[in-house]
Structure formats: structure tokens, C-alpha cells
Write a protein of this length. Sequence first.
Length: 318
Amino acid sequence: MPLAPEIQQFILGFKSQWDGSVNSACQDFFEARHASLESANPNPSIQFENNVKYGPDPRHRLDVFWPADATSTNATLPVVVYFHGGAFKLGDNTITPHMHANIGRFFASKGMVGVLGTYRLLPEARFPDGQEDIASALSWLHRNVHQYGGSRNAIFALGQSAGGGHLAMSLYSGRLKTDEGQSLVRGVLLLSAALKYDLSKKGRRESMEQYYATTDHAIIHSRSAYGIFHALPLVEDADVVAVPTPELFLMLAEWDFEECVQGNLDFVRLFAERQRHLPRFEVLPGHNHVSYALSIGLPGDEVGPKIADWVRRCSEGA
């Protein structure tokens, strides 16, 4: 069953248009949809803990959702960690009364541990703060998620927009490993990720010059997720990967904005050239840059179940 017709029409009304006003309109619209479904009695089968600290900064926070019957003595549940977007300067685990809790609750309802993670933002943040925060959050979970019934060997990191950019930078700079060299994550899902930047756009240029603390655009591009990946050594036929690498999955919305689309397509081409195979890549029909995330858990949502199926398949193959 697809999303309700009025939701589909709302998204279609904007198509690929994207700016702060569209983002705000989407948040208001989907918050109202989630609020209309709210039960007077919250689901007793899901427990949660907000503002779990993973580091010293006020932005180093996790919200954790888990099935009430999970136990730390049998910590086998897959763990899904969602890092929000916000153009490097906005966003949080809670942006409205029901979002992004809708994501954490959805995965907990599927027998998983759902985690929301935030990180340092502009104007205080500077490269490489974002990718370091992602790695710190995942390292904390690797050590502690058993407390919520989660398996340290089945952690899946999801990054949306700017969160996806930080996640990809962290992955390809080699930060998502334990001290013993084992991967912190079983899978990485990049959702409309900020992999390259169009610095011809004034707002993007100003933000990236501030985050990277330079006006040298060549340096900025080299330190983007695309640039970091481009600098990695080529994969040779004789290479044997001793440590399993995370499963990689990229998703784009049908109505994503041009900068995001081109950056992801360029990354997929580069990945194919350097890794000699294509990553899993999927387009989400009928969605814009944020609608697929904000609608997770609503009747007719197909994206949440798709991600949950991917997590289960990867976990079973671990």
C-alpha cells in the first residue's frame, strides 16, 4: 500500500524544488501526519532513552529505542543508527515532537535497536569534526549497545544528506574501525548524501568555506566524501581484503535536487571505476530530499520496511 494520495500530492507539489522553506513545509506537514496517528497510550513494547552521551560536547548525543523484551544477556538484535541532515548547520535528533523519533520507533517495532545520532554543527564545527563525531558515536555503540539488547556485530549506519556526507567521509578516511582493525559497522546506507559540493552556489560556498576553514576550493573538494574516496588507492586484482568491508547501499529520491543527484551519480561512477563493481543503488519513487525519512512509520511507508529488509539480509549473512 503506497502513501496516502494527499501525501503523494504534497510531495509532487514541490518536485525537485529545495530550500529552507520547502524543508520547513515538509517538517510541518509530516509532523501533522504523525500526530494524527498518535495513540493516547504509547506503545508499551518499545522503550527509549534520550540524550545518551557518547562524548564531551553538548552535541554528542544519542536517542536509543529498543524492544521492551530485549535483554543485555542475549544481545543479538540488529542496530540501526540514523544520522540526520541539515546542510552542516541545522538538524537534531528531535526536530518536531514525532520526528526523528518516528525512525527510532519504527526500527524498534521491527525487533531492532533504533538509534538517532547528532553531531557538531556550524558555526562552531570545523573539518573533520563531523566525521570524527560519527566515528565516536559508532565506537560508543560498539562498546555499549549490548545494554539495549543490540549486537555489536550488526550495527548499520544510515546518514541522510549532510549526515550521509559525514558518514561517508568517516568511512573512507578509515575511522570506522576498532583498535584491532575490525569494522565498527556491518553496513552503511547513504541517503541523498552530500558527497560533492556545488561551490558556485553562494550559500553552499559560504558554508563549506566556513566548515573547511579555507577559501581554497581545491582543498574543499579534496576533503569532501568524493575527494577522500578519490584519493584512496586503486583496488588491484591481487588484493585480498582481510577485514570484511561494510555493505554499501546508496538511495536517492526521485525528486532530489540537482546538486545531490549529480554528486551521487559521480560517486557511483567513481566507485565502479575504482572498486570494479557497482554499489547497491536505488531511486525512491515519489519522494523528495527528506520525505522518505519523515514518512517512515506512516501507513503506506515503503522505505522503512525496505531498509529493515536490507538490515535483516545483511545480518543473516554476517
